[in-house]
Design a binder for this molecule. Structure first.
Ligand code: NAD
Ligand code: MG
Length: 338
């Protein structure tokens, strides 16, 4: 854990940020405002090219950005990174330069095998890009985790912590990890608890109430809408704060019924999900699915979008004015979990 890192090591470095989406934009702006030299690398006339230009960046094609860079941050979607590496990075990156990722997937599962004459590091802020930016603007920062995969210069760790400092992360906290831990825990969290676990829990709860004859509108409020109140309490003060703010009846129901729904069998299945992540089964399947043009992904997504909770939800959300004003300002509370 460190809070003393500075941008010193990168003071004279040229940083190429490839990708200008959720993370890319926040990284590029924060690094620039920290006084570092940033160039943005994008496909000509790609969807975010004009945005990066409008934000005042020098924007060039990825290969050109890489050629002059001392540090290359790869912030495109994970599935396009192997081709980007082969085509634009590997032939152009300077010996001794650093290659930086915000997620360890491609390196850990060897879909990218970086040249042996460069440093390879990871810096991942523990928050979506929009928060990384707004916290920086408030003079604060989002904690970052960092890791070193390959240290050729003898300064790889300093480069990673300097980059994290440039993001504002050192104002909060830096935690050292490794590519394996970051990759496997990130995949497990989003599959078992955050995206997969939470959405299935909500949909099964909704189905249970509706099949028992209760109104879908009432079921929606009880199992989806109110989840935000509970998650906000978790976020602010853990399980302790949640227990403090719900009624005694809700607490008693939590203690006796929670473990009936999420039980030892659920934990065994979580372990099976983790094993598939660790031994590469999940990633192998995901790459094959991506390369096949996402046939199952599209089918699963369509089924989620057509679930009855989505029909009733759209109708109810349209009548909650505070949600509408958020949507109109184009500022979703959170954008994307990495
Ligand atoms: P994103 O989808 O928001 O943005 C991707 C950017 O890459 C866009 O600017 C897009 O135009 C550009 N791009 C796409 N294909 C390209 C190509 N072939 N060449 C050059 N540019 C291309 O992505 P994101 O969510 O910011 O994710 C970037 C990385 O950060 C990923 O490794 C992800 O795992 C990681 N990450 C994301 C989050 C998050 O909250 N979103 C959090 C931590 C880590
Ligand atoms: Mg789901």
């Amino acid at each position: 854990m460190s809070t003393t890192a500075t941008t010193e090591t990168l003071a004279k470095a040229r940083i190429a940020v490839l990708g200008y989406g959720s993370q890319g934009r926040a990284h590029a702006l924060n690094l620039k405002d920290s006084g570092l030299d940033v160039v943005v690398g994008l496909r000509p006339n790609g969807p975010t090219w004009h945005k990066a230009v409008a934000d005042g960046f020098h924007v060039v094609e990825p290969a050109e950005a890489v050629r002059d860079a001392d540090l290359v941050a790869v912030l495109t979607p994970d599935m396009v990174q192997p081709a980007l590496y082969q085509q634009s990075i590997e032939p152009n990156i300077k010996p001794g330069a650093a290659l930086l990722f915000a997620h360890g997937l491609n390196v850990h599962f060897k879909m990218i095998e970086p040249r042996t004459d460069i440093d390879v590091v990871l810096v991942a802020p523990k928050g979506p890009g929009a928060l990384v930016r707004t916290e920086y603007e408030r003079g604060r920062g989002v904690p970052c985790i960092y890791a070193v995969h390959q240290d050729v210069s003898g300064h790889a760790e300093e480069k990673a912590t300097a980059y994290a400092a440039g993001l504002g992360g050192a104002r909060a906290m830096l935690i050292k990890t490794d590519f394996k831990e970051e990759t496997e825990t990130d995949l497990f969290g989003e599959q078992a608890v955050l995206c997969g676990g939470a959405s299935e829990l909500v949909m099964k709860g909704f189905e249970t109430l509706v099949e028992a004859g209760y109104q879908p509108e009432i079921a929606y409020y009880e199992v989806l809408h109110e989840l935000k109140l509970i998650v906000d309490l978790f976020y602010e003060g853990g399980i302790t704060k949640m227990l403090e703010f719900v009624s005694e009846t809700a607490q008693y129901g939590d203690y006796v019924s929670g473990p009936r729904v999420i039980d030892a069998g659920t934990k065994e299945r979580m372990k099976a999900v983790l094993k598939d992540i660790q031994d590469g089964t999940f990633t192998r399947n995901w790459v094959a699915e991506y390369q096949a043009g996402l046939p199952n992904y599209k089918k699963f997504k369509q089924a989620d979008l057509e679930h009855p909770i989505e029909q009733v939800g759209a109708k109810l959300r349209a009548r909650m004015a505070w949600l509408q004003s958020g949507a109109k300002s184009g500022q979703p509370a959170l954008k994307k979990v990495g």
